[in-house]
Design a protein around this ligand. Structure first.
Ligand SMILES: [Zn+2]
Length: 262
């Protein structure tokens, strides 16, 4: 990472599940243990990072975003352990996270179908509202049923993105600011629907330049779920996402409406 052309920006980290013990996790290993996560929060505190949400980023203003040491912790899907394990730690350290909710089902139907994963419950509305009231958690959209969006028709996209946003906003009585593409699958057509929905930001995984202002609807993130403390230090360094982009470029996804047949 010594290349001088690599640029710095706010790092956006991606988590899924938080477990007391490794045996509580699933076989896809989209989890971090409570112990390891607490260490990460302590490291962020020690290094004087301030955790912010996308609403905060909007308030701070993109032009001021690199004046302080900000970082954004994002959590996908809205598993029940976000309430039981993550939330107490956010309160303990007074730190913030953005959670992307799958709002039309109450368990991980999509990973059970694709990988015969164990069944995990998602949070219910009263848990979500309690977290929302704390001011430490911002919620964002992550569709109704967690499909790979490029494979859907426009009508289906509308339902999964625009209707989902309206439903959630009604439940939370608050405007949603950001969206996460399921599996990070993104095409221009999908991105347009997310813009049309009225979101201000959207986060991806293996696409985007790692520089937020380059594309507010393709904000690259780093998966943190597993890995060592040394790996974590590397991943929170301000140049990591742009380094990933320079090294690996952008993954490409096929779009149903634009001719790919499947
Ligand atoms: Zn997801």
């Amino acid at each position: 990472m010594s290349n001088k052309n690599i640029k710095s920006d706010i790092q956006v980290l991606m988590y899924h599940q938080f477990v007391e013990n490794v045996s509580d996790g699933g076989k896809i290993k989209l989890f971090i243990t409570k112990k390891k996560f607490e260490w990460q929060l302590r490291i962020l505190k020690f290094l004087k990072y301030e955790t912010i949400t996308f609403k905060d980023l909007k308030k701070i203003g993109l032009e001021n975003r690199n004046k302080k040491r900000y970082i954004i912790l994002t959590v996908d899907d809205g598993y029940k352990d976000n309430y039981s394990v993550l939330f107490p730690l956010l309160k303990k350290y007074n730190m913030k996270a953005v959670i992307y909710l799958v709002s039309g089902i109450d368990y991980n139907k999509w990973t059970i179908e694709s990988d015969e994963e164990k069944k995990f419950s998602l949070m219910n509305l009263s848990e979500i509202k309690e977290m929302q009231r704390s001011g430490l958690v911002e919620f964002g959209g992550h569709t109704l049923t967690h499909p790979s969006l490029p494979s859907l028709t426009d009508k289906e996209l509308y339902k999964e993105i625009i209707e989902d946003k309206k439903n959630l906003e009604e439940k939370l009585q608050e405007k949603l600011t950001s969206f996460a593409y399921p599996y990070g699958h993104i095409t221009p057509r999908v991105k347009k629907m997310v813009k049309d929905a009225g979101y201000d930001f959207a986060v991806s995984t293996d696409t985007g330049t790692g520089i937020i202002e380059d594309d507010l609807f393709d904000i690259r993130r780093t998966a943190i779920d597993t890995g060592s403390l040394i790996g974590f230090l590397k991943k929170i360094s301000p140049k990591y996402l742009n380094y990933r982009y320079k090294k690996y470029g952008n993954k490409k996804f096929k779009d149903k409406e634009l001719g790919s047949k499947s």
